[in-house]
Ligand binder design. Sequence first.
Ligand SMILES: NC(=O)C1=CN([C@@H]2O[C@H](COP(=O)(O)OP(=O)(O)OC[C@H]3O[C@@H](n4cnc5c(N)ncnc54)[C@H](OP(=O)(O)O)[C@@H]3O)[C@@H](O)[C@H]2O)C=CC1
Ligand SMILES: O=C(O)C1=N[C@H](C(=O)O)C[C@H](O)C1
Length: 273
Amino acid sequence: MNMSDIRIAVVGAGGRMGRHLIQAVTEAQGLRLGAASERPESSLLGTDAGELAGVGRLGVPLVADLSEVTRDFDVLIDFTVPAATMAHLELCRAAGKRMVIGTTGLDEDQRARVSAAGSEIGIVFAPNMSIGVNLCLKLLDVAARVLGDEVDIEIVEAHHRHKVDAPSGTALRMGEVIADALGRDLKEVAVYGREGHTGARERKTIGFETIRAGDVVGEHSVWFAAEGERIEIAHKASSRMTFARGAARAAGWIAERESGLFDMQDVLGLREQ
Ligand SMILES: NC(=O)C1=CN([C@@H]2O[C@H](COP(=O)(O)OP(=O)(O)OC[C@H]3O[C@@H](n4cnc5c(N)ncnc54)[C@H](OP(=O)(O)O)[C@@H]3O)[C@@H](O)[C@H]2O)C=CC1
Ligand SMILES: O=C(O)C1=N[C@H](C(=O)O)C[C@H](O)C1
């Protein structure tokens, strides 16, 4: 272990992403796990985070109260639930710690609070930390600008049966990118899961379809459909390590910035490409 490594706290350490994040932090050069937390009611409190994640003992036990271990980390990685993310945001603001937030399903007010906190601390906030999905966001921007109003646009996403928010944060971000490229307001043009006598499709709408089934890690497909041809831009994640490695990269990146709100386009240098 190198004592100059950036120290990371993983919250929701016992969750599907939490365990992968511990592994990714342990494998990343220049990072080490400094703290890990779970809910106060969790049966995992006191368990060694490394043993929980299957990477061997790290000497970092899961705690319920993160405020007791703020001296042990520089950057906090949060893939939990919106209410917990808001509590962690307040803690990081008060303690001057940077954050990487992957939690999805935040409402407008919660997103505004994350934005505001960016004036005080460095935050990377992105609904999907995979390189592939972030490349897809660039491709979607290009496709929307080229195909414009000549196509029908539909976003189809599939996730595991345990996912609690819909559409996925990634699908919504894809919709925002496309709407921005076409000068549309997503709030006005989004159509979520059709049913009944819907009438014919209106060209400028952007449709969202959600599948929840089995153990699907995360799949997104965007259709640009015209008369006679259809373009699909699709991404399929087959391992949560793709998100976890992206989050570890974001943690190393944000550690070098005092404040500001960023996303994975910034981390990957895709913003101006
Ligand atoms: N940005 C990205 O790249 C990705 C984002 N996500 C998002 O990450 C989030 C988590 O997903 P996933 O790991 O599958 O979900 P899980 O339910 O498996 O994990 C969430 C974890 O957070 C814990 N938790 C809840 N409240 C608190 C709290 N107050 N303090 C500490 N821990 C808490 C839960 O504990 P308990 O189980 O006891 O309730 C659980 O261990 C979702 O919003 C998902 O959409 C997921 C993958 C990629
Ligand atoms: O809950 C998940 O699992 C995932 N959530 C993210 C989202 O809502 O977009 C990202 C990924 O697809 C997995």
